[in-house]
Design a protein around this ligand. Structure first.
Ligand code: ADP
Ligand code: ADP
Length: 231
């Protein structure tokens, strides 16, 4: 089943000549990892933000689970989509537990359920809840912050996960470990994942399908890693 559908999506920022994204169409299936790979400035983040309704397309439509993204209210979006970004994007004045529990809290989960969920999520990303729950982000290594970022994106169990260079800020060894963990998580969770990177090796390792993007998010290739490597 198609889970995310973009149809002729264009985004033109107000003060620019060229659109950041031009006439972008793609079907993303439920349960697959699609990786967007392309150079800096080609419009990857803009496309992710449009899927997540952080910005609106200038034209075109985006549907999530068959529903027009523009018709989803903020709570519905939080339920459907988890978002993990480079540098983890953790709130520095909130503890690890508060960061992970934030979306469930906004969705009105009762406190005991949130606390249990925070522990479960820390276990899932390989961090001891007793050791890490009450730390602040600055008391974590870069790799640990990225793990918490992923735990936070998964906390409300959204069917869709958008990951925008989520492992961009860590050393190569930690990055390899985080990639392995994501693949092992995915073998249990079967999320629909859109993953942005500028690293082709990362795309090949993680993607069920890879979209190789050029300027203005033009789709140069969109296929399995095997097919792209063979081309
Ligand atoms: P990528 O994620 O592939 O690096 P972006 O989506 O961040 O690319 O940017 C695509 C293009 O849109 C770039 O040319 C960038 O300068 C431009 N852009 C991004 N955000 C804005 C903005 N808020 N206002 C104007 N131009 C922007
Ligand atoms: P990295 O290997 O990414 O450079 P760090 O040297 O920042 O990692 O941290 C190494 C270990 O020390 C990690 O387990 C981290 O959680 C812990 N740590 C780092 N800073 C603090 C701090 N201010 N308080 C408590 N523990 C910390």
């Amino acid at each position: 089943a198609v889970d995310i559908q973009l149809e002729n999506v264009t985004k033109r920022y107000s003060n620019t000549k060229q659109p950041a994204v031009r006439d972008f169409s793609m079907d993303i299936r439920a349960g697959e990892i699609v990786v967007f790979v392309g150079p800096s400035g080609c419009g990857k983040t803009t496309t992710m933000k449009m899927i997540n309704r952080l910005i609106e397309p200038s034209s075109g439509t985006i549907t999530i689970g068959g529903q027009d993204a523009l018709s989803l209210d903020p709570d519905e979006l939080r339920r459907r989509i988890g978002y993990a970004i480079q540098q983890a994007g953790l709130f520095p004045h909130l503890t690890v537990g508060q960061n992970i529990g934030m979306v469930p809290g906004l969705l009105g989960w009762p406190k005991p359920r949130i606390h249990a969920r925070v522990e479960e999520m820390l276990d899932l990303v390989g961090m001891d809840p007793a050791e890490f729950r009450d730390r602040f982000p600055r008391q974590l290594s870069g790799g640990q912050q990225q793990r918490v970022g992923v735990a936070r994106a998964l906390a409300a169990d959204p069917p869709v996960l958008l990951m925008d260079e989520p492992f961009g800020a860590v050393d190569p060894i930690t990055r390899g470990n985080l990639q392995d963990e994501l693949l092992s998580l995915q073998s249990e969770l079967h999320k629909t994942i859109v993953f942005v990177t500028h690293d082709f090796d990362e795309a090949v390792k993680l993607g069920d399908r890879i979209a190789v993007l050029g300027p203005q998010s033009s789709i140069l290739q969109f296929d399995t890693p095997e097919a792209i490597l063979a081309a």
